[in-house]
Design a protein around this ligand. Structure first.
Ligand SMILES: [Cu+2]
Length: 208
C-alpha cells in the first residue's frame, strides 16, 4: 500500500514537467516582421529543444512555394538554403516540426524583402537636349508617384498580413495552452481522487 502511495506522489510531481516540455521556436533569421535589405541565402529557425529529422519548412510568396535547395535539421536548429536570392516582396516561412516530446508543432514567420535596385538610380542621368529634359522630368514625376503608391500599398499589405498572422499565432498558442491546461487539470483531479481513495483504504486497514 505504501508503495502505491509513493508511486502516486511521484506521478503528481512529474505532471508539471510533462506539460511544459513543448518545443517552441526561440528565434529565427529573418525574424517575424523583419524587412530584409540584404541578399538572403539561408533561413534559420532555432528551437527550445531538439528537433526531429522529419521536420520541414516551406517558403511562400503570395501563396506560391519558393524552392529551397536544402533543408538541414541539426539538434535544435533547422536551416533552409534558398536556390536563388529572393525577389522583393512579402514572404511567409511555414514550418512544421516534430519536437523532443514527439509533438508535431507548426508555425509561421512572415518577413519582407526590400532590396534597393541600383538601376533605378542610374536612370535619372541628365539628358542633353532641353526638350528631352522636360519630358524626362514629367516621366520621373509619374514614376515617383507610382513608386510611392506601390510602397504604400506594400506597407499596408505587410501590416495587415503581420496583424493577421500574429492574431492566428496567438490564437493557436492560446488553444494549445488551454488544451494542455485542461488535460493537466483532468489528470490532477483523477490522481487526487485515486490518492484519497488510497488513503481511505489505508486508514481502514490500520483500524482493523
Ligand atoms: Cu509538446
Amino acid at each position: 500500500m505504501k508503495k502505491l502511495l509513493f508511486i502516486l506522489i511521484c506521478m503528481f510531481i512529474s505532471i508539471p514537467t510533462m506539460a511544459s516540455a513543448h518545443t517552441k521556436l526561440v528565434s529565427s533569421n529573418p525574424k517575424e516582421g523583419q524587412i530584409v535589405t540584404d541578399e538572403l541565402k539561408e533561413i534559420t529557425l532555432d528551437y527550445a529543444g531538439t528537433v526531429e529529422k522529419l521536420s520541414t519548412m516551406k517558403v511562400l510568396k503570395d501563396g506560391i512555394e519558393v524552392p529551397l535547395s536544402q533543408i538541414l535539421v541539426q539538434d535544435k536548429q533547422m536551416v533552409g538554403t534558398l536556390s536563388a536570392p529572393l525577389e522583393n516582396g512579402s514572404y511567409i516561412i511555414d514550418w512544421n516540426i516534430v519536437g523532443e516530446d514527439g509533438h508535431p508543432i507548426t508555425g509561421k514567420v512572415s518577413f519582407t524583402v526590400q532590396i534597393e535596385q541600383m538601376s533605378d538610380k542610374n536612370e535619372t542621368t541628365s539628358p542633353k537636349v532641353e526638350e528631352n529634359k522636360q519630358e524626362n522630368e514629367q516621366q520621373d514625376k509619374i514614376e515617383t508617384q507610382t513608386e510611392d503608391q506601390t510602397k504604400d500599398q506594400t506597407k499596408d499589405q505587410t501590416k495587415d498580413q503581420t496583424k493577421d498572422q500574429t492574431k492566428d499565432q496567438t490564437k493557436d498558442q492560446t488553444k494549445d495552452q488551454t488544451s494542455t491546461k485542461t488535460v493537466t487539470t483532468i489528470i490532477t483531479v483523477l490522481l487526487l481522487a485515486i490518492l484519497i481513495m488510497g488513503l481511505v483504504v489505508l486508514f481502514k486497514k490500520k483500524r482493523k
